[in-house]
Design a protein around this ligand. Structure first.
Ligand code: SPV
Ligand code: MN
Length: 620
């Protein structure tokens, strides 16, 4: 059956694949009934075909600049759908499902196979092999993607390393592949029509993720968030970490390079931190961390960026801006406004009053069925680019062995509690009070209400595929296995004063990263707060001058680094409640370390009150 639907040139490649892989492809070809099957092997002809077909089928359209295209997802398909993303769990499975969104495996499989049945009639099925992390190292995990969307395949080709040759060379069998099966389902105006039947179902035993009736990349591009869910489970069994983290190179004195990872919930400054001026980027979304020779190494899972475009502007994001305006670099814009062949987004400036957007023909004041005004571009509108397009890409972004990690940063949207930057007392203290206690106000990156403070441990809650207690234990153990684990920091870019104004400017994070770089090399002192080590005024004053050429006043420092004792005690109360009452089997050290921190805040409250100036704290 396959033979009749596959282009002849690919038959020899196909015949060299392990029989288990061929029968997997056959199974879904049988079920989905595509007219044709395109086997993608990463050649220049294949690349051309993907991009050509994405345009021919109307999933992408050309913009004025060559290599730039626009893709629209359906009006109600603009973000990851947490509600219908579920783990398939059989009754007798050895999987602890606490906190995970689950569905009975038999029921779920039957339901989703029903949606796949004949879903590719009149369409082409694309089959491709890609690798999580660069191929050819301990980090690499080979993957198989099946999809009927050329936009999905095109995105995957920009974002991940093609791996068909590795799969052949290593004689990979189906059991060693992470597998992703996707169908956009029935289309209307080139977008998934039946979003009420949108499903993302995850089979952890089989390492397969099924996704249907959706096109939004976070639901469909297998190697992105579907693979993160599989990787967290695999990492848990094998003793490494799969994290929702950027990976960046930070420059220090005398040409010193240090590597930091950072975990932030979606739309909370992760990409912009990884792209800070003066530093270099290796990846902006997902990193795998492993121990090698007694040290922690990390590799970027991706080779591209699927970034939020809102507020990208020439001043704050000059390099992304350049790529988005360069005729030489490939870009897929998604869910922006298009007018006269040009893309527009909120924060770009000079947005026209009409054009085409994710709602179709758009004009200023247009409302949707519920009477809500439709913005010109969606808040979660995105750009897809190659990291290699960026002049500030670290030469090591594609290095198969990964880079040694000096520091890990946790950040969230927090308007009233934690200071702009702080180092934890130890790995254990950092994992418990910063990573596992992370809270953040929700954003447009997921469907649902925005601005609600939510518990989001390690910024990874959306993707957890093991019980939270187990995941925290894995993190604690990981650091305890190395002599000098990376230092753990928290940052908060969103702190506000009583009158609701942000206390920091966008570029202040360039100073915080330099402070952290000096901390990991033991070159700078600190003050001891109940929750960690914070910068001293004199050090920041020098750094602000050096990095931003700006005067940094004592008054600003005091406002930003005042210890908000009251809010911190409240926060620990919220977190302790979750860990003592809602999460089973939590290691007792989590409760102990949180309780000790609470006591430190309470004794500070007794001696100094609810708001304590950093000038009152003692040196480390
Ligand atoms: C995120 O939302 O965290 C993203 C984009 O990085 S998505 O692909 O939707 O996950
Ligand atoms: Mn992400």
């Amino acid at each position: 059956m396959l033979k009749s639907k596959i282009q002849k040139e690919k038959l020899s490649f196909l015949s060299q694949l392990d029989a288990s892989i061929i029968s997997f492809i056959e199974k879904y070809a049988d079920l989905c009934q595509p007219d044709k099957i395109f086997i993608y092997t990463g050649t220049s002809e294949d690349k051309f075909y993907l991009r050509q077909k994405a345009k021919e089928y109307g999933e992408e359209a050309l913009l004025n600049l060559p290599k730039h295209t626009i893709h629209f997802d359906g009006y109600y398909d603009q973000a990851r759908d947490k509600l219908t993303t579920k783990y398939l769990v059989s009754e007798d499975a050895d999987i602890d499902t606490a906190l995970l969104n689950c569905i009975d495996k038999n029921f779920g499989i039957k339901e989703i196979m029903g949606f796949f049945e004949n879903s590719m009639q009149g369409k082409e099925m694309i089959v491709g092999f890609f690798s999580l992390c660069p191929p050819g190292s301990i980090f690499s995990i080979p993957c198989l993607q099946i999809t009927d969307s050329f936009y999905v395949a095109h995105s995957e080709d920009i974002l991940y390393r093609e791996a068909s040759q590795q799969v052949l060379k290593q004689k990979t069998t189906i059991d060693n592949l992470f597998r992703f099966v996707h169908s956009a389902g029935e289309l209307e105006n080139n977008t998934s029509k039946n979003v009420d039947k949108r499903r993302v179902y995850i089979d952890l035993e089989g390492n397969i993720v099924y996704s249907v009736n959706t096109q939004y990349a976070g639901n469909t591009v297998g190697l992105k968030k579907p693979a993160l869910r599989l990787a967290i489970n695999k990492a848990s069994k094998e003793g490494w970490l799969a994290e929702h983290m950027f990976l960046m190179e930070v420059n220090g004195k005398n040409g010193r390079k240090s590597y930091f990872t950072g975990a932030f919930p979606s739309a909370c400054g992760k990409t912009s931190t990884s792209m800070l001026k003066g530093e270099s980027v290796l990846g902006d979304d997902i990193a795998h961390l492993r121990i090698k020779n007694g040290k922690v190494f990390a590799a970027n899972v991706e080779k591209g960026i699927f970034g939020i475009i809102q507020d990208i502007n020439e001043k704050d994001d000059p390099e992304i801006w350049r790529v988005l305006h360069s005729p030489d670099e490939e870009v897929i814009f998604s869910n922006v406004l298009v007018s006269q062949g040009q893309p527009f987004w909120q924060g770009k400036g000079n947005i026209p009053e009409k054009g085409v957007n994710f709602s179709g023909e758009w004009f200023l004041g247009k409302t949707d069925n519920q009477g809500n005004e439709i913005p010109p571009a969606h808040k979660n509108a995105r750009f897809t680019i190659n990291i290699a397009s960026l002049r500030n890409a670290s030469p090591l972004f594609d290095y198969p062995e990964g880079v040694e990690v000096s520091g890990i940063i946790y950040g969230g949207r927090d308007s009233d509690t934690s200071v702009p930057v702080e180092e934890s007392f130890s790995w254990q203290h950092g994992i418990i009070t910063k990573a596992a206690s992370l809270e953040s106000e929700t954003t447009a990156a997921t469907l649902g209400q925005e601005g609600v403070r939510k518990f989001n441990p390690m910024s990874n809650l959306d993707f957890l595929s093991v019980p939270l207690a187990k995941y925290i234990e894995n993190n604690l153990n990981f650091g305890s296995r190395v002599k000098n684990p990376p230092r753990i920091f928290s940052v908060n870019y969103f702190l506000k004063s009583n009158n609701g104004k942000y206390l920091n400017s966008i570029e202040d994070k360039r100073v915080w990263i330099k402070w952290m770089e000096k901390r990991v090399h033991n070159e700078i002192g600190s003050l001891k707060s109940p929750s960690g080590y914070i910068p001293e005024y004199e050090d920041l004053k020098l750094l602000f001058r050096e990095v931003l050429n700006r005067e940094y006043s004592k008054e600003d420092y005091k406002k930003q680094f005042t210890i908000r004792v009251k809010e911190n005690i409240e926060k620990i109360g919220r977190i302790l409640k979750i860990y003592s009452n809602e999460i089973k089997n939590i290691p007792s050290v989590v409760i102990d370390v949180l309780s000790q921190q609470k006591q430190r805040f309470e004794s500070l409250k007794k001696s100094a009150g609810d708001y304590v100036s950093p000038f009152e704290l003692s040196k480390e």
